[in-house]
Design a binder for this molecule. Structure first.
Ligand code: NAD
Ligand code: WQD
Length: 337
């Protein structure tokens, strides 16, 4: 198939790109490198020994995007481009609405121009907000508690309304839980700019000696050891979920929402221990107050994706940590060193 992959240079996009190329698809990556390095694409070329097209453009630039899609004529778009930092979204709401929401509208318009009727969208478990029950299933109310989450919920609605106007259109809205890990080759992985917001990149910085200690945000939650519990999913399992969703959309019309998670929770302390074992490094930590906006637990019910997409996340937390450690041991400063 001909696949347009927005955000293909980013953490999740680059792993999806590997999967697409290994399956023999023709790919156009659209990315303006706002939060990524072109070197990730070079590494993908090395891993897969394949080539693909790249358009270095902002997805909000609708004229250029329309021209590029009309010339490439994708069968499907996988839409990962966007801004994703929750704290930053509260400080810069308009930038988030413009990039995420306006960017998605511009992309759908370009798809219309190019006659492309299928899209897979990178949504987030963040759309659920505070859990009314756990594990979250797709019927859980959507009630995001931050700007970033609201952009994702809005885009889901926009895609749903777009698809409703033509029976030939189809979409998969994939709500990711907590993607971690790296490609097993150690050649690509997560490369956050500045101080990492997320747990595993921060732990990796401590393990490589770049930072002295991890702050654990709260040990008084109502969980088995008092620290926050999350559903960590290996990045390669997540990428495979997109390949499964592509196959599903080939034979189905309309819009379907899928949780992509492992269906199992791990606490912060369990992740620290697993990473320490995988890296053979001790991870110093200090207990700090709870972080604003954190929930105590977030775990997916992914049985819909298991049944309908015939997909399951089965890589373990140990594998996630071992793969991050391989990536960070080779490239302690990410793509820049
Ligand atoms: P990332 O920042 O590594 O990748 C996003 C990519 O989009 C980057 O390469 C960036 O340069 C590109 N981009 C940003 N703005 C752009 C624009 N205006 N035009 C073109 N390209 C642009 O993030 P990621 O972790 O790979 O996330 C990918 C998608 O998955 C995002 O939409 C994110 O919201 C979503 N998501 C991520 C997580 C997570 O924990 N990583 C969880 C749930 C959902
Ligand atoms: C995990 C656990 C923290 C850092 C975020 C976004 C979400 C989604 C995935 C995009 C929590 C604890 C963390 C640290 C810590 N992204 N922690 N010390 O918050 O579940 O989800 O990323 O859609 O929208 O909110 O992930 O990795 O930040 O935190 O103790 O330095 O680790 O309190 O319990 P989170 P995270």
């Amino acid at each position: 198939m001909r696949v347009c992959l927005t955000g293909g240079a980013g953490y999740i996009g680059s792993h999806i790109l590997v999967g697409l190329l290994e399956d023999g698809h023709d790919v156009l990556v659209v990315d303006n490198f706002a939060n990524s390095s072109p070197k990730s694409l070079d590494q993908v070329r090395i891993i897969t020994r394949s080539s693909f097209e790249v358009l270095d453009q902002d997805i909000c630039n609708s004229g250029v995007l329309s021209e590029a899609l009309s010339s490439f004529r994708p069968d499907i778009v996988i839409h990962c481009a966007g801004l994703k930092a929750v704290g930053e979204s509260q400080e810069q709401p308009l930038r988030y609405y413009r990039t995420n929401v306006e960017g998605s509208i511009s992309l759908l318009e370009a798809m219309d121009q190019a006659g492309c009727q299928r899209i897979i969208f990178s949504s987030s478990a963040t759309v659920y907000g505070t859990p009314r029950y756990l594990p979250y299933d797709e019927a859980h109310p959507v009630a995001p508690v931050n700007v970033y989450g609201r952009t994702k919920a809005m885009i889901e609605d926009i895609i749903t309304d777009w698809a409703a106007t033509d029976p030939g259109r189809s979409a998969a809205l994939l709500r990711y839980f907590n993607p971690v890990g790296a490609h097993e080759s150690g050649e690509i992985g997560e490369d956050p700019k500045g101080i990492p917001n997320n747990l595993v990149p921060y732990i990796a910085d401590v393990a490589t000696g770049m930072r002295t200690e991890l702050s654990i945000f709260g040990n008084d939650y109502d969980t088995r050891d008092g620290t926050g519990v999350r559903d960590y999913i290996h990045i390669t399992d997540l990428a495979d979920g997109h390949i499964a969703a592509m196959a599903f959309l080939e034979g189905n019309q309309g819009v379907e929402t899928f949780n992509l998670g492992a269906g199992e929770g791990s606490s912060v302390l369990e992740v620290v221990k697993a990473f320490s074992r995988a890296s053979n490094q001790s991870i110093s930590y200090v207990i700090k107050p709870r972080r604003d906006g954190d929930v105590s637990e977030s775990v997916a019910n992914s049985s819909k994706a298991n049944d309908v997409l015939a997909w399951k996340a089965d890589r373990t937390l140990e594998a996630m940590c071992a793969d991050v450690w391989r990536w960070r041991s080779r490239y302690p400063r990410g793509f820049d060193g």
